[in-house]
Design a protein around this ligand. Structure first.
Ligand SMILES: Nc1ncnc2c1ncn2[C@@H]1O[C@H](COP(=O)(O)OP(=O)(O)OP(=O)(O)O)[C@@H](O)[C@H]1O
Length: 522
């Protein structure tokens, strides 16, 4: 109970959950007042997603129970959670892509909605919800045509339509552009105003400070601290999460770039529909430098990484790498690019970085599995693979350090460490790296950034794509800005600030400068 005897919207009492040897949650207690946004933070593998999965009925707790509005409820599956007014927006959306927003929302909650009047009633209800919560969405749009930010709003609508009064958001901004993230936080304000309670999991302390009322910290399966957000700081929260002081900036000396390792000349790419996704890209990557690509996602950065890494062919242009000229007529695939000492950390670890059914030691050699280091004459050399995996898990602090755990069963941030370690430890001449710290906790970010700078200092070339402007500014020596498939500007990282980059990313920089000049001369 809260002090004024209003029951908490949700209260967790001594929740514990074990997976084999791993105690994922231990005696977790949490009290969340109604109409508040409650942040939950913790290192990768601390047990946040497990706890949310228990609340939403994906897992059953071994011991402990949950109260909603002061009443104990038994949650054995997601339907029980939905019946108790709990909704969840997952990191990976669960939508039918070729269905409309309306169809997605009523799917599984049809009741009478399958009948014609039912659909109309649902449409009216959806429009009302969309308006009430600032969701700004066309209910007849087809989901696959919507950008990720809007797809996420469909997930929120789905939960609200099912009557959710408690909404769980697991890393909701991981895939959003800064503008989409801002809109999401406006939606959270609207939800709060209507008395909805939000549980927000995020690694971004800036978001915690900006949008939550209270925050709880998990470490190694336990709840170790609760704070009122207004009375804490980034530094305190980082320390509470990791158990030691964390450096929140990147420490690096000035770059001394030398030989050109990669040169893209007039590279263009058309997609299957004939739309030009990459427009005459020219760029050079030199030994000993980190080049950051800034841009609102969807402006060609992913296509650029895919073409440079050999995952997709270019349509026009030339790529010069390690003395070889790669063209649309003489393309190379990803395996051949690896042979040119180019490594690639893909933006989406699930789709391209890992095979989630593989054990960690198998995933740790993916793409390099034909190397004679791992591939014996007849069978794979498992002992070498497992020994190496053990070593990397120790060096990169992968938790749990178990080479035989399926990669699906590692937490998101630990999956990311497995992928990055695999690519960096090949000691490539060129590293293409997309969203290196997505879903990664603050302590592990520090380590990943250090490793990237170390690679640069050993004379390697790094191309970094990230939606995190802070990360681009902190790591890069040079920043290239993309807009609508083209390079629209380049800056020395020393001259970059958030405002300039933001304007360049919206292709509005020169326009604003011109406006300013007009204003001055008037
Ligand atoms: N189905 C499962 N089988 C075995 N172990 C699991 C399973 N799900 C989670 N774990 C383990 O439980 C622990 C907690 O994982 P969880 O995903 O809850 O962490 P998290 O705090 O959400 O991490 P992240 O920030 O990286 O997403 C981890 O050690 C993880 O490997």
């Amino acid at each position: 109970m809260t002090t004024d005897t209003t029951p908490y919207a949700i209260e967790l009492r001594d929740i514990s959950k074990r997976f084999g040897a791993v105690q994922a949650n231990k005696d977790i207690c949490l009290q969340v007042p109604a109409g508040t946004v409650h942040g939950i933070i913790g290192e990768n593998g601390a047990g946040k997603s497990t706890l949310m999965s228990i609340i939403y009925g994906f897992y059953e707790a071994d011991t402990g129970y949950i109260e909603v509005d002061g009443k104990r409820i038994d949650i054995h599956n997601s339907q029980d959670a939905i019946n108790a007014g709990i909704g969840m927006v997952h990191q990976h959306f669960m939508l039918v892509e070729n269905f409309s927003v309306l169809e997605n929302v009523i799917l599984g909650a049809e009741g009478g909605a399958l009948l014609k009047e039912g659909v109309e009633t649902a449409r009216v209800e959806l429009q009302r919800l969309a308006q009430e919560y600032s969701l700004d969405i066309d209910v007849d749009a087809i989901v696959e045509d919507l950008p990720v930010g809007l797809q996420q709003r469909v997930e929120i609508l789905k939960a609200l339509y099912r009557g959710a009064r408690i909404l769980i958001l697991d890393e909701p901004t991981g895939v959003l552009t800064p503008q989409e993230a801002d809109h999401l936080f406006r939606i959270l304000d609207a939800l709060k105003e209507q008395g909805v309670t939000v549980l927000l999991i995020t690694h971004k302390l800036r978001e915690i400070l900006a949008s939550t009322d209270n925050v709880s910290v998990m470490r190694q399966g336990q709840m170790v601290a609760h704070r009122e957000t207004a009375k804490t700081s980034k530094e305190e929260l980082a320390e509470l999460m990791v158990g030691k002081k964390v450096r929140l900036t990147v420490d690096k000396d000035e770059a001394t770039p030398s030989d050109v390792f990669l040169s893209a000349k007039n590279i263009s790419q058309y997609d299957k529909q004939g739309v030009k996704r990459l427009k005459n890209i020219n760029l050079e990557l030199r030994a000993g430098e980190i080049v950051g690509i800034a841009g609102v996602s969807g402006n060609g950065q992913s296509e650029l990484l895919n073409v440079l890494s050999g995952i997709e062919p270019m349509t026009e242009g030339e790529l010069h790498v390690a003395g070889q000229v790669i063209t649309a007529k003489a393309p190379k695939d990803a395996a051949q690019m690896r042979g040119l000492k180019m490594a690639h950390v893909p933006e989406d670890r699930h789709k391209m970085g890992l095979v989630t059914g593989f054990e960690a030691y198998e995933a740790a050699v993916l793409g390099y599995h034909n190397s004679s280091d791992y591939n014996g004459k007849v069978l794979m050399n498992r002992k070498v693979m497992i020994d190496e995996c053990n070593q990397r898990m120790a060096d990169w602090d992968v938790r749990p350090p178990n080479p035989h755990l399926k990669t699906a069963n590692f937490s998101g941030g630990n999956q990311q460490k497995i992928v990055i370690a695999r690519e960096v430890e090949q000691n490539p001449d060129i590293l293409l790296i997309g969203q290196p710290t997505r879903g990664v906790d603050i302590g592990a970010i520090e380590n990943i950034h250090e490793q990237i700078v170390k690679l640069r200092d050993s004379g390697k070339a790094i191309l970094l794509v990230s939606v995190e402007l802070d990360e681009i500014m902190a790591l890069s020596d040079r920043i290239i800005v993309m807009f609508d498939g083209a390079v629209v500007g380049e800056l020395d990282a020393k001259d970059a600030d958030e405002r300039t980059l933001g304007l360049m990313m919206a292709n509005a920089f020169n326009k604003e400068e011109q406006e300013n000049q007009k204003g001055e001369s008037a």
